[in-house]
Design a protein around this ligand. Structure first.
Ligand SMILES: Cc1cc2nc3c(=O)[nH]c(=O)nc-3n(C[C@H](O)[C@H](O)[C@H](O)COP(=O)(O)O)c2cc1C
Ligand SMILES: CCCCCCC(=O)C(=O)O
Length: 372
């Protein structure tokens, strides 16, 4: 990683990545749907929660180890599924898998990854899962599920908050499309052709989703997927207790509480606001992951206190990838890990088992984020 000043906070990676990326790629990464208020709300809701430290607990060197779906995880962190990592670094998802593994974190690869399942599995030293969108082409889904199982992926995550890619003004303005050499190599090229077609004033991603995503799927269709794999299945994009309970009733092994980083439903509730009631509704019956605007280890600690088992990191992982490939991803995740350990130490917490709601003061700061 070559840069002029030290990268000491995740936001330093953001600034550096912005400098390095073209405007349309930066906009695709940073942007959200509508007026982007959900992007900002994700951050604001975390900022409003205050941590309540306990003192004189004699704590030293907190243990960050946990388990997820019965498997050990060195840190309660993972990289959220994100499409097209070769937009950010030539090594794409292989570098992300390496970086996540060396930080001890989970990596969830997107269905629109630019490296093969086998390449990612070869590079990963930590848990590796695959995310799916429900495509009209079920033959493609079926093939992908079988290949993921064969390659050693540990779970499948079906994203359910995007029957279509929402209107994202930045992408529409830029007429955003995916360059021809950035290919979703795990899918048939006929499925992906529209993503490469640039049309002024439209987003190729939105056009592609309208053409290829199956909007007719309902809860009953999950049996089709369940019948095709022994892997654990999770739903990503759950924001209500009703849907979290339905997920459990339909045999899902986990939910990812998420508003897609403010990129889908404009005005969607933030994941952090929805998390406590969802965690309470399904506790002990399925894994609960969360994502959206986690930019410091203390943010991660807040989500764990609200009931999350693991926290997924989205854009910051791609800032790290842009700045330094696998080393950059490992650096971003390593920072969050070290900040989490420091926050736990400063709160007097020796391990994750002692993290609970009593750690949080709900209205510590006014909405503008300045200390009260
Ligand atoms: C560039 C980019 C691409 C994304 N691609 C996908 C995807 O392919 N599948 C998916 O389920 N979510 C996707 N997401 C959403 C992320 O998984 C995650 O929900 C969100 O980024 C978390 O918020 P954060 O970026 O504020 O951490 C994408 C997000 C970004 C920024
Ligand atoms: C290639 C078509 C859709 C990609 C969508 C990826 C995504 O979820 C995102 O938020 O962007």
């Amino acid at each position: 990683m070559t840069q002029e000043r030290a990268l000491l906070h995740v936001r330093d990676f953001e600034e550096e990545a912005r400098r390095r990326l073209s405007q349309p790629v930066w906009d695709y990464l940073a942007g959200g749907s509508g007026d982007e208020s959900a992007v900002h709300a994700n951050q604001a809701v975390l900022d409003r929660l205050g941590l309540r430290p306990r003192v004189l607990t004699g704590t030293a060197g907190p243990d960050l180890g946990t388990t997820l779906l019965g498997r050990p995880l060195r840190v309660p962190l993972g990289v959220a599924p994100m499409a097209h990592h070769r937009l950010f670094h030539p090594e794409g998802e292989v570098a992300t898998a390496q970086g996540a593994g060396s930080a001890g974190a989970l990596f969830i690869a997107s269905i629109f990854a630019n490296r093969t399942l086998q390449e990612m599995a070869g590079a990963a030293s930590g848990p590796l899962w695959l995310q799916l969108y429900w495509l009209r082409r079920r033959d493609q889904l079926e093939k992908l599920v079988a290949s993921a199982e064969e390659a050693g992926f540990g779970a499948l995550v079906l994203t359910v908050d995007a029957p279509v890619v929402a209107r994202r003004p930045r992408d529409l303005r830029n007429g955003f499309s995916v360059p021809a050499d950035v290919r979703a190599v795990n899918l048939d090229s006929s499925v992906m052709a529209t993503t490469h077609r640039a049309v002024t004033g439209t987003s190729a991603l939105a056009a592609h989703s309208a053409e290829q995503f199956d909007t007719s799927v309902g809860w009953a269709d999950l049996a089709w997927l369940r019948g095709r794999t022994k892997l654990p299945l999770l739903l990503k994009g759950v924001l209500t207790t009703q849907d979290a309970r339905l997920a459990v009733e339909h045999g899902m092994d986990g939910v990812v509480v998420s508003n897609h980083g403010g990129r889908q439903l404009p005005g969607a509730v933030t994941a952090v606001a929805a998390l406590p009631e969802i965690a309470a509704a399904v506790r002990g019956r399925c894994a609960v992951l969360v994502d959206g605007a986690f930019r410091h280890g203390s943010d991660v600690l807040k989500a764990l206190a609200l009931g999350a088992d693991t926290v997924l990191i989205g854009r910051p992982a791609l800032w790290g990838l842009t700045c330094g490939g696998s080393t950059g991803v490992a650096a971003v995740l390593g920072l969050l890990r070290d900040e989490l350990a420091e926050a736990m130490l400063l709160c007097g917490l020796p391990g994750l088992d002692l993290v609970d709601r009593t750690l949080l003061h709900p209205h510590d700061r006014p909405p503008d984020g300045r200390p009260a």
